[in-house]
Design a protein. Structure first.
Lengths: 389, 196
């Protein structure tokens, strides 16, 4: 009892540290918005500085058409008036992620674009990120963390002064910060759903989280790891669990007319077909076979197989390299070639797997075709040596 | 005040010593002398610092710190072993070497190992060409990459060969800005003069 009173007194004393600011009079996306208050000004200044360096980063995918397309989906999702305040950067990163800085810098990973299969699915994620911007979540999170560390300092000092242990109260403050973060993520999910409901897209969010769980399960099974428990988040999780997100989005999707509208799957397939190597290369060359095979197969079954996707799957099998993988890979390269849309590298893969499988005549023929189609390939000289021996 | 400063320096030194990883025992490698690295004989032109083992069969040398220039030597990586050490086998397992790989496929194996080791998503092979390594047929791979959350373009040049079913790799890498070009001539000389 004494301890609770003591903790309450300390928290009361630290109260001013987390007092709320007056409301902002302009939204962050308003034209020529200038950040308000010392904290927001400081945060924007930091991110403006960060963006000046980041925009020239080699990690940014320099593909204007792709970037314009992604921005276009964002604009359709949240409205032209809002999206004008953002700068979208597609970033080479195999992980499923996107992020939003408080100043309107939006990063969209190639690994995200590889794992969504319609404009509507992409729109829910971009809408979520935009919601963080509109709701000033970076600023609120910063203030929460600062308030939390203030309280921790007071607790430590008071505990030392009164000879009381404050470990439990300190832990409560720390977990409170994480819980606050999860609440913000949930809030962004719900605002994103509202944007989508007001847009021409149907709400297609739950499927994204379902697939992420299935991909993770596939990878963990391959690595003989325990299944993840997703019913409730851990104390230090920054986001709601994938299962929670799947559940509340499913409920929202069950509302009348939530699924009405064109999901833009065909448009998404057409816009991304050209850049499949950019989206899948780092996935295929990672060492996450089962997870990546799940992603490739899901794209194939959802949007259809073309030469580039079949080639990517062939590479995945060839690189794992078990003897039966090499046979599967060879078939996949041949299927890719048969579509008429395969990249020249499909002949490279077909040739290498044929030689490894003991069919050197077919292998040489395929490698010769590879060099005919791509005489300036980065490994042309090495291939010629292979052909000469 | 002097005492206080002394105490602060002592504390800082102690905490720095405490935070060093166990493998960070640096050793001076003198220039123009033959250095033995596992089964390799290497003759550098200038002084280098020999650091820990990036792989069970590997050693790393640097002059200005591994973030600015480094050369790795891997000797006799056996069939089924990874190039780089398994640091987190459950969550980030390393690709395993297969002695049946064809010469051009050594570049694929190197790329996948390097990507997994450095958690790199941006990696491009600029050129892979046949080369002679100590009288044996090998592959020279020039590449470009970016580390996660980093805005520097980095370059690398590796040479690799399979000898009696075992893989030998020397790998030089540095930021494109100044360090790669500055270090490349000596790195190449080291690679060319390396003997099994």
């Amino acid at each position: 009892m004494m301890r609770r009173l003591f903790v309450a007194a300390v928290l009361l004393a630290a109260g001013p540290a987390i007092a709320k600011d007056a409301a902002f009079d302009r939204p962050t996306y308003a034209g020529a918005y200038e950040p308000q208050g010392v904290d927001e000004r400081g945060l924007w200044m930091q991110f403006d500085e960060h963006e000046r360096g980041f925009r020239d980063s080699p990690l940014v995918v320099r593909d204007e058409a792709l970037t314009r397309y992604v921005k276009g989906v964002l604009c359709k999702a949240v409205g032209e008036d809002r999206c004008d305040a953002t700068r979208v950067y597609v970033v080479q990163d195999k992980n499923f992620n996107a992020s939003m800085a408080p100043n309107g810098l939006m990063m969209v990973h190639t690994g995200l674009l590889a794992r969504v299969y319609s404009e509507a699915e992409l729109a829910t994620i971009l809408g979520h990120e935009f919601a963080h911007f509109e709701l000033r979540h970076s600023l609120n999170g910063f203030k929460k963390r600062r308030g939390g560390t203030d309280i921790l300092a007071w607790l430590s000092l008071s505990g030392a002064a009164f000879g009381q242990s404050t470990a439990a109260a300190q832990m409560a403050v720390v977990t409170g910060v994480f819980s606050f973060n999860r609440d913000q993520e949930r809030e962004a999910d719900f605002l994103s759903a509202s944007y989508i409901r007001a847009s021409s897209y149907p709400l297609r969010a739950s499927i994204v989280w379902k697939r992420l769980m299935e991909e993770e399960d596939a990878l963990r099974e391959e690595r003989k790891q325990r299944k993840v428990r997703r019913a409730t988040p851990g104390a230090t999780d920054t986001h709601p669990t994938d299962m929670q997100r799947f559940a509340y989005f499913s409920e929202l999707e069950a509302q009348p007319s939530a699924l009405d509208g064109d999901d833009g799957a065909a448009a998404y397939r057409d816009a991304t077909a050209r850049v499949l190597p950019t989206l899948f290369d780092s996935l295929v060359k990672s060492n996450e076979f089962a997870g990546v095979d799940y992603v490739i197969q899901t794209r194939g079954s959802t949007l259809g197989w073309d030469g580039l996707l079949l080639y990517a799957r062939g590479e995945l099998y060839r690189l794992r390299g078990n003897p039966r993988d090499l046979m599967t890979a060879r078939q996949l390269y041949e299927e890719a070639i048969a579509t008429g849309t395969a990249p020249a590298e499909a002949w490279r893969g077909a040739g290498l797997t044929a030689i490894r499988g003991g069919d050197s005549a077919a292998g040489r023929s395929a490698l010769t075709e590879y060099l005919t189609r791509m005489p300036t390939a980065s490994d042309a000289a090495a291939m010629k040596i292979l052909l000469e021996n | 005040m002097v005492h206080l400063r002394g105490a602060i320096i002592l504390c800082a030194a102690l905490s720095a010593a405490w935070s060093l990883p166990a493998s960070a025992g640096w050793k001076l490698v003198s220039g123009n002398q033959v250095a033995r690295v596992d089964s390799l004989s290497i003759t550098p032109q200038s002084d280098w610092n020999q650091g820990g083992r990036p792989g069970e069969q590997g050693r790393v040398w640097t002059q200005d710190g591994v973030g600015l220039n480094a050369i790795e030597f891997f000797s006799a990586v056996p069939q089924g072993a990874p190039l780089y050490k398994e640091r987190d086998k459950k969550n980030n397992p390393m690709p395993k070497f297969d002695s049946k790989l064809l010469l051009p496929e050594l570049a694929d194996f190197f790329e996948r190992s390097f990507r997994a080791q450095n958690q790199v998503s941006d990696f491009t092979i600029l050129e892979s060409t046949p080369t002679d390594i100590g009288g044996r047929k090998g592959l020279a791979v020039r590449y470009r990459y970016t580390l996660p959350n980093d805005e520097l373009t980095r370059l690398g040049e590796a040479r690799m060969a399979v000898v009696e079913g075992k893989l030998y790799v020397t790998n030089f890498y540095a930021p494109q800005l100044h360090y790669f070009d500055a270090g490349l001539p000596e790195a190449r000389a080291i690679m060319e003069r390396t003997r099994f």
